[in-house]
Write a protein that binds this ligand. Sequence first.
Ligand code: FAD
Length: 379
Amino acid sequence: MDFKLTEEQELIRRNIREFALKHVEPIAAEIDENSRHPAELFAKLAEGDWMGMPIPQQYGGAGADYLTHIIAVEELSRSCSSTGFTVSIHVGIACMLLLLFGNEEQKKKYLVPMAKGKHLGAFVLTEPGAGTDVMAATTTAVLNGNDYVLNGTKTFISNGPIADTYIVFAWTDKSAGRKGMSCFIVPKGSPGLKPGEHFKKMGLRSSQTSEVVFKDCRIPKENIIGQPGQGMGIAMTGFDHGRVGIAAQCVGILQAALDESVKYSKERVQFGNPIARNQAIAWMIADMATDLAAARFLTYHAAWLKDQKQPFSKEASMAKLFGAEAAMRHTIKAVQIHGGYGYIKGQKVERLMRDAKIPEIYEGTSEAQRMVISGNVLR
Ligand SMILES: Cc1cc2nc3c(=O)[nH]c(=O)nc-3n(C[C@H](O)[C@H](O)[C@H](O)COP(=O)(O)OP(=O)(O)OC[C@H]3O[C@@H](n4cnc5c(N)ncnc54)[C@H](O)[C@@H]3O)c2cc1C
């Protein structure tokens, strides 16, 4: 057993940390406050190959392993959770699904510009009446001549207002149950595709989230990914990969909460001593550091299994579940350690606490992760 990262992975971690400190940290509070997508930052991420890290070079990526991508998501999230998440959903789900299930032509046409960071991807599954219960979806895709015609409304779609390439799930044969859903590439500008306005959110505010409406939306029949009826399996594979990314986002949030708490508790003096000297504060920090280590091990292990081509679905859910709940628990404590100052806008811990809530909800709620884990354990 070897817990050491390779020299290359360590080097990449240092590079992305430097990048985050130089380009992400200085704007993180502003893009949160203004709910702004920082296009200029994503152009820099693209230049550095961060938008296609685990995609083979022949398809426009950097050809690194999945763990390297996960380390990048962690380090970006340590400075700005929205930025880490946008990279995670673009690379870990949209690009990975094209890589794993797309044909050669689709990879050349759609994956290459995405992996180079010229086009941004979105994963379009949730509907107003179908969240945890994916089978309750109603969006349809009907073959009409050489086109599929899509009708339906999706909601809570990350990158919804700004994506170039939408990976969309719709029923081609509802009567076939799980085998009746299919997956499609819908490029920006397709007739009948209407991305909605950005929702205002509690946290993760610079990530752009919206409805995406399909009204007689026509796409060439070549835009189906895989075979008709493979959509549900493709969606679940997307979740497996994406959940490791969300777990990494949580590791980044936890690391940032710990960094801020250690610094502040050594500086803040009450009753003539730094507050860190109080056992009540020191134990909060001990628990934070312990859960951070556990979350990181679970996350890297899931990514390592993926790189070893072993099943990692259960481990991805475990890492996401543990990381999400730990991030929520400890960012509340980080605010507590900062007292009244922690409640004021501009303090990093205030943003961390708001950003920590969403990993318990998206890419499957914590309850949904427990369903996946117990389903595997009780099999
Ligand atoms: C900011 C944000 C970004 C998102 N990005 C995307 C995206 O890019 N693409 C996309 O497709 N979706 C996206 N989503 C949707 C997200 O994945 C869903 O919100 C999530 O799956 C939960 O669905 P729901 O909101 O409909 O909640 P519901 O499914 O209605 O759940 C409500 C509550 O009931 C619980 N519950 C439901 N069923 C059960 C059960 N059987 N047993 C126990 N408890 C249960 C849930 O755990 C939850 O606590 C995003 C959501 C948000 C808020």
